[in-house]
Design a protein around this ligand. Sequence first.
Ligand code: ACO
Length: 321
Amino acid sequence: MSQIRSVIQGTGSYLPEKILTNADLEKMVDTSDEWIVQRSGIRSRHIAAEDETTADLAIHAARKALEASGFAAERIDGVIVATTTPDQTFPAVAVKVQAALGIPPGLAFDVQAVCTGFVYALTVADNFIKTGGAKRILVIGAEKMSSIVNWEDRTTCVLFADGAGAVVLEAQETDGQGILSTHLYADGTLRDFLYTDGGPSSTGAAGHIIMQGREVFKYAVNHMADIVGEVLEHNDVSAETLDWLVPHQANLRIIESTAKKLDLSMGKVVVTLDHHGNTSAASIPLALDEAVRDGRIKRGNLLLFEALGGGLTWGAALARY
Ligand code: ACO
């Protein structure tokens, strides 16, 4: 049955110029390339310049997504940015993107769900579109995680990185193209496993990432296995019909365990964390854009997005590209 759905009309991404390798990190903290690759799968990551902000990254990615969609800025009626590292406490990064791209007044705000941020933002945008609140929304995941990393803490500084990814969603009456379902969760009782030791109303400073990696890992493996099962059941589709899993890029072992649960070969999983690191809310749209531009993801492909992050928050979405 045909219905109004959010169709991905264009993707874009941006990575800062500077590359930080595991060898570089060996000179900064007591770590090794072998440990980082074995435990996480990460080999190198991009780090923003000191004067380069999250909005700068978001604007680059958004511009590319807009170009790919073929829409002029005047035709966009909403901007939603998923970020944990905004330039300022306010205004939102989204309004900076809106102004920089010449998008006319319309809804523009940020969503904060850490590494699940992009799935949350996609869900919010999808609901605006499905209920007629907007016709074309730019959804962006953008992070300067390097600004909240404690560069002396080897347990976290080897993981996080900077970047931005974006998609343009458009309301279209379709028979099965577009976002098919989204699924969001949070369990605030688990918030102490991953947090920053600061914030505007507590310390007055952004603070730094503190993570109990082993605990987060355990929840990630279990929640990702559960949520991908939920998505398939909800849509009455089998794992074999999936063309691509586009997961949050936190840890290769978590991704492999989700693929295994789906009985999906790793050849159907978009993995970018080896050269992107964990870019939090930016990681899914970055991976998506890379795979769209290199031709792996094609029109008509069935895509599954999934993520888990601080909060703890977790979520997934099924979309036909
Ligand atoms: N180099 C060398 N040794 C290290 C490093 C390092 N960079 N970091 C930690 N170690 C040591 C530890 O001190 C520990 O030593 P010990 O056994 O003597 O105490 C040992 O290595 C093992 O540490 P673990 O933390 O148990 O290592 P683990 O295998 O769990 O891997 C990792 C750590 C990679 C962080 C993993 O737990 C993980 O990926 N967790 C999930 C991360 C995640 O998904 N986060 C969610 C998204 S992020 C967000 O929302 C912002």
